[in-house]
Design a binder for this molecule. Structure first.
Ligand SMILES: [Zn+2]
Ligand SMILES: [Zn+2]
Length: 255
């Protein structure tokens, strides 16, 4: 039987240098439950080292946590990469690390990058700067993610920076994208409205949470049979009754 699932598929943890340090795995899961989300995705910049802990806590609390990562391509485009399970994510994490420039993070300038356990204790600090471009192109990332069974969704595709539109000025048709994440900046959304609605590619909206209170503030509602990446894929393809039913940003339903 199909039912509605509330999803926020773009959430950072404390490991992202630009995110708040109180974004610990437990706080994220509790906040998502409070916001009545059914599915979240954890998407730190160029790393998945905090993902498994959130998945474990999500399992205990009845919250589906899709493992993922927000990568930055050579063209400085941000992409959400989502995976069906932990092993495929771990394999992708290793691959990404090999393509991340060996530049040391300066916590004074960019912020700390803590890997934490279930209690939020710091296990280690990631020393390589995570806010950087991989030496992989947009096409290469999409192809490699597919090889791992994953799904690529361009982040905030119509934002003024680090997006498909800001970096390329267009949405390459030959990429055969399954979905796009809309930017939350409403002004930009209006400017891009015509182009965006004329596209047949399904669009989601998510919080891109860098603070605890951001979680769920923008979310997409799907009609699904269960909480899984396979079901999300069916919804993007509009198959077997699965589909996106609503997109909500700051309490307002948007197109
Ligand atoms: Zn981004
Ligand atoms: Zn982000």
């Amino acid at each position: 039987m199909l039912r509605e699932y509330c999803t926020d598929l773009h959430i950072h943890t404390c490991l992202s240098p630009c995110a708040d340090l109180d974004l610990s795995p437990r706080e994220i899961v509790e906040r998502a439950k409070k916001e009545c989300l059914d599915i979240i995705a954890i998407t730190d910049h160029n790393t998945a080292q905090n993902v498994r802990v959130v998945m474990r806590l999500g399992e205990q609390r009845g919250l589906k946590v899709i493992p993922g990562m927000e990568v930055q391509t050579r063209e400085e485009i941000h992409l959400l990469t989502l995976f069906p399970d932990w092993p495929s994510t771990a394999a992708w994490d290793e691959e990404v690390y090999r393509h991340l420039p060996p530049v040391r993070n300066d916590p004074e300038i960019f912020g700390d990058q803590p890997v934490v356990d279930e209690e939020g204790n710091i296990v280690k600090f990631e020393e390589r700067m995570l806010l950087n471009s991989l030496d992989l192109s947009l096409e290469e990332v999409k192809h490699r993610v597919e090889e791992h069974g994953g799904l690529t969704i361009p982040s905030h595709f119509n934002k003024g920076s680090f997006s498909l539109i800001s970096q390329l000025g267009l949405i390459p048709e030959d990429l055969e994208l399954e979905a796009l994440e809309m930017s939350r900046q409403s002004k930009l959304r209006e400017q891009m409205g015509i182009a965006a609605t004329s596209l047949s590619i399904p669009k989601i909206i998510s919080s891109d949470a860098h603070r605890l209170e951001d979680i769920g503030s923008a979310h997409t509602v799907f009609l699904l049979a269960e909480a899984s990446l396979i079901e999300l894929r069916l919804a993007f393809r509009g198959l077997e009754g699965r589909r996106i039913t609503k997109k909500i940003d700051s309490g307002m339903t948007i197109l």
